[in-house]
Design a binder for this molecule. Sequence first.
Ligand code: FAD
Length: 810
Amino acid sequence: MQAQARVVVIGGGVVGVSMAYHLTKAGWSDVVLLEKYELTSGSTWHAAGLLPLFNMSYSVGQIHKYSVDLYKTLEAETGQDVSFHVTGNLRLATNPERMDEYKRYCATANTIGVPFEMIGPAEIRELWPLCNTQGLIGALYHPDDGHIAPADVTQAMAIGARNRGAKIHRQTSVTAIRQQRNGEWLVVTDKGDIVCEHVVSCTGNYARETLAMVGLELPVIPVEHQYIVTDTVPELVERHQAGLPEMAVLRESDASYYLREERQGYILGPYEKGAPACFVDGVPEDFEQDLFPGDLERLMPHVDAAINRVPTFEAAGIKDIINGPIAYTPDGSPLVGPAWGLRNFWLSEGHSFGVTAAGGAGKYLAEWIVEGEPSIDLLDVDPRRFGDYANKSYTKAKNEEAYEHVFVIHYPDEERPAARPAKTSPCHERLAARGAVWGQRYGWERPNWFAPDGVPAEDVWSFRRSNYFEHVGNECRRAREAAALIDITSFTKHRLSGPGAEAYLDRLVARRLPRAVGRVNLAHALTPTGGVRSEFTILREGPEAFYLTSSGAAERYDNDFLSRNLPADGSVRLDNLTTSLGCLVLVGPRSREILAKVTDAELSNAAFPWLSGQEIGVGLARTWALRINFVGELGWELHHPIAYQNQIFDCLVEAGAEFGLGMCGMRAMDSLRIEKSYRMWGQDLTREYSVLEAGLERFVHLDKGDFVGREALLGQQETGVPQRFVTLEVEADDADPLGNEPLYLGGLMVGRATAGAYGHVVAKSLAIGYVGPESAALGTELEIEILGDRRSARVIPESPWDPENQRLRA
Ligand SMILES: Cc1cc2nc3c(=O)[nH]c(=O)nc-3n(C[C@H](O)[C@H](O)[C@H](O)COP(=O)(O)OP(=O)(O)OC[C@H]3O[C@@H](n4cnc5c(N)ncnc54)[C@H](O)[C@@H]3O)c2cc1C
């Protein structure tokens, strides 16, 4: 084996081979793939080969679409038949909520160009004459997908990769991985060592073991997944003999199974309740190409459901039960992107639909490795979306839950119960006593809304306005008319300090840093193409110290970003303060009067202006008070040592009683921020849209000197931006925009909404998003697709609430 390569890919399943294929396609031929046994000997060999295009995620949807398109071209390119049966794919619905889910998905599908049809029972019967349509109200039909032979598609990509120079070494096991002083990686194998610039880990069920070699704990634990293969079925033989086409892959979502034809018999694959996690402590040495015994009892409810739906299934004899390990992550999406804390170490792990995802994951990760950035937003699959909280126990519980939830209705306001509560703020019990209905983000419990006395503290999830609508509205009005307290302890908090901190941070963000101690700025770190990588609120805490807050979901992501290029001379120190500091936000027109009762600090506009911060006393506590907030009212964020949280909470609640202070949850905060057209990182601000497209010129100082993304912005200034940020007033009835809806002008798609909500105080349904410049003029009448209907959506001036920011400055 050669001793040197540019990239070493570990793992010869469909994902690793696609990685090698796409790296060579992107122009890097010096690629070596190492496989411990034979190609496809992991999960790939026993996969059912389905390629479902259906996915609610904007990132994953694009990954799947690319794969399906690619696989159709592989035979022509490589000569290897991949057995792609483009049968189409039918997802059945037995209830209106399921139809709502499909309609919501259709909006995403339209934004990424996946063809589909919504059909009724008569058309289902036409496509699937052997299906009993009793109880069905409709279906979602994808004409373009179907199934493929996983081993053949892997071999085809292996041929393509080899043709462009990649070397594949089978029977070669990676036993250790070490980074050398010069930054190169030493990959130790049982056949000798190999030194390389980049490593890509694609090791399927072995992901935790592989990453343990470099000191990382990955939230990947496989779950048992089984499918039944039947003997031939006379009715299918007849259809075959009559020259009729293979029927579409059938998914009865409400009974949690897929069914397809296989050699004139059936394959039935359920996602059962109670399927256990496996290999929790590693894959046994002797598991190579092995399977688990079938568990018929777990399969039976799905077998019965399939017999009801497809009566010819009843007489089919069971030929085989395949029960194999399928890698899972806590949210069911794979980990595709950089490994945190390591340079030039990449992951494509945790694939549960790996045959479907392999093509796209390979393409976009190859772009990231070769070009420095992927061409699409990959946050939904970024490995850094999980943190330390995702330990073994958490991962096991969540992965079993994710498996069981494959076919549940994916409500936009769904909150899953497993492994909770994991992280709580000290004031958790106080919030619970006030009726908090909890959600979870990045392991943190956060109140989504507060149920008033007498109202059950529980969500009724829906694609439409639901049981909490009125209560969230009251929280919004309270924040705008009196005062509200919001716990945002879950937000990410870092400190950069030291003699080199200013220069280091200045190069990372597009805006000048706050000059004076106690000043606060909102600033963006950009990608080289000018897209938004991160968003930070920056307080200058001292001459050489900056306090940065960012999205709660971005703790590992931002920590990785902030630490990646720290100067080697030790002139900058980075501290992650996320769990040592709490944050309570006091907002609303009465907030000054409330805070004044519990602090000696002077709170007048002159002494404590908007966008400034001071260390003040509140009751017995000391806290940094920042005069900023994400809802657009007079108010202070109180960042305090976490041990003081209840002291501050109690002081404020007591002081606020006479001013009508109440609690405010995350759903109200979302509505309030959309009334202000505030963009949210990860949703409205991603690498796909430049900071200029996002209309954030006021946060960019092109004349401040060099920073990442500056060149691209200068170019866009010259040529004009391809898209513009807009705020839209939507004519909705019982369903508001939520994000990921296509926007149309004169019937043509001209953009995409990234978020939306009912604005309870402005009493309007609102959306924010991006459209081409020709569609962005104020007053333009667009249409937005909500649950299958096109609704009018007029471009209105930004910030429907208090456009002049008078209330913030009050
Ligand atoms: C029963 C079943 C049905 C499925 N059906 C479908 C389906 O219909 N559609 C779909 O999209 N997905 C399906 N899947 C999921 C799919 O099989 C996986 O997502 C996919 O195969 C993952 O591919 P991979 O390359 O990531 O992992 P694997 O195929 O497991 O490959 C990982 C490879 O890495 C190698 N390796 C590990 N450690 C080392 C090391 N240290 N050194 C060298 N090599 C190493 C392993 O030997 C292995 O070959 C199914 C899974 C199961 C269990």
